[in-house]
Write a protein that binds this ligand. Structure first.
Ligand SMILES: Cc1cc2nc3c(=O)[nH]c(=O)nc-3n(C[C@H](O)[C@H](O)[C@H](O)COP(=O)(O)O)c2cc1C
Length: 329
């Protein structure tokens, strides 16, 4: 049955969903839940020891709410400490990464390899939830290596739920911890949506969010017949205008859908503010290159920004000129 209020979220993506990206996504949709990139507990705790503050890693614009901080780590004590810091920064949710298969992450004994240690994940979640009142959620896969049976996944979810996690984001493919790069691990293992559907049937009280390979509104509507929400990653980044329909399609049928040009206009004051504080234009414009995807003027937009936004002293006029170019077509 379709959830009354589905959850729509944009996936945590390292190097992509930084605060500039999230500010832009928030202009497209007021109601989606936005995630930070994964930040490791070590990075947070080291920065705190060094500087006594974590703004560089954790600061965000108030407009980005609702926003979840994704943590990478596996020490219950450190995760609990970081969850508390997240709460003090005003994050609406803290999420534990149990899905990343990179070698670096495995070496630190966190990410997807934690699927083999449900006891430890349960301990982490319990320690975090004991420290904070915001929800602690878990993002995971349907399995790793040979541990890819439904029973293994269901046992993992049961144990972590008993520790206090009520919401799971499930990337509907397994990960191979050896032999595949993180990119290949997002493409090669087949998507198995039926596993996530079964999980929701078996754990009806848990919030189950489906992630992986979702690209169109038709797919979103289909998935929302059996899960509580969807999370989009690569499509939301490469073709952000898909987010412009979230509010109207899922939350408020009277919500207006801004045009692409209007969205650029709305972003200009933010860009000006950031530039005034010394930010480089390209750090922001790299996230908006896909805005005109599928339009006749997509290439002009992308090329003009790519060729000009990185130049020394590049300012707001570059974005205005790119917009003027696409408006001409
Ligand atoms: C560039 C990139 C970086 C990613 N970084 C993270 C991350 O920091 N944490 C995480 O849980 N998943 C990360 N992922 C995985 C996504 O959150 C998502 O699970 C995956 O891309 C599948 O969803 P999609 O098919 O909608 O893209 C990343 C994916 C990409 C493409």
């Amino acid at each position: 049955m379709k959830p009354v209020t589905p959850i729509f979220s944009v996936a945590p993506m390292l190097d992509w969903t930084d605060r500039h990206c999230r500010y832009f996504h928030r202009l497209l949709t007021k109601h989606s839940l936005l995630y930070t990139e994964m930040i490791t507990t070590q990075a947070i705790l080291r920065s705190s020891k060094r500087d006594g503050y974590h703004d560089y890693l954790l600061a965000y614009s108030p407009q980005e709410h609702p926003i979840a901080l994704q943590l990478g780590g596996s020490s219950p004590k450190e995760l609990a400490e970081c969850a508390l810091i997240a709460q003090s920064y005003g994050y609406d949710q803290v999420n534990l990464n149990v899905g990343c298969p990179s070698d670096r992450v495995q070496a630190g004994r966190f990410g997807a390899c934690l699927m083999a240690e449900p006891d430890l994940v349960a301990e982490c979640v319990a320690a975090m939830q004991a420290k904070v009142t915001i929800p602690v959620t878990v993002k995971t896969r349907i399995g790793i290596d040979q541990q890819d049976s439904y029973e293994h996944l269901a046992n993992f979810v049961r144990m972590v739920a008993l520790a206090g996690c009520e919401s799971f984001i499930i990337h509907a493919r397994k990960a191979w911890l050896k032999g595949l790069s993180p990119k290949e691990n997002r493409e090669i293992p087949p998507l198995r949506y039926e596993v996530v559907k079964r999980l929701k049937q078996d754990f009806p009280k848990l919030t189950i969010i489906l992630n992986g390979g979702i690209k169109t509104w038709t797919e979103i509507e289909q998935h929302l017949q059996y899960v509580d929400g969807v999370m989009l990653g690569r499509e939301a980044y490469a073709n952000p205008y898909i987010l412009a329909f979230v509010d109207q399609n899922l939350y408020d049928s009277a919500a207006l859908v801004a045009s692409r040009a209007q969205l650029v206009e709305q972003l200009l004051p933010y860009i000006e503010r950031e530039l005034a504080q010394g930010q480089l234009l390209t750090r922001i414009t790299r996230h908006i290159l896909g805005l005109f995807q599928g339009q006749p003027n997509a290439r002009q937009w992308r090329c003009y920004l790519s060729e000009n936004a990185h130049k020394p002293k590049a300012g707001i006029e570059i974005v205005k000129a790119a917009l003027a170019k696409v408006k001409q077509i």
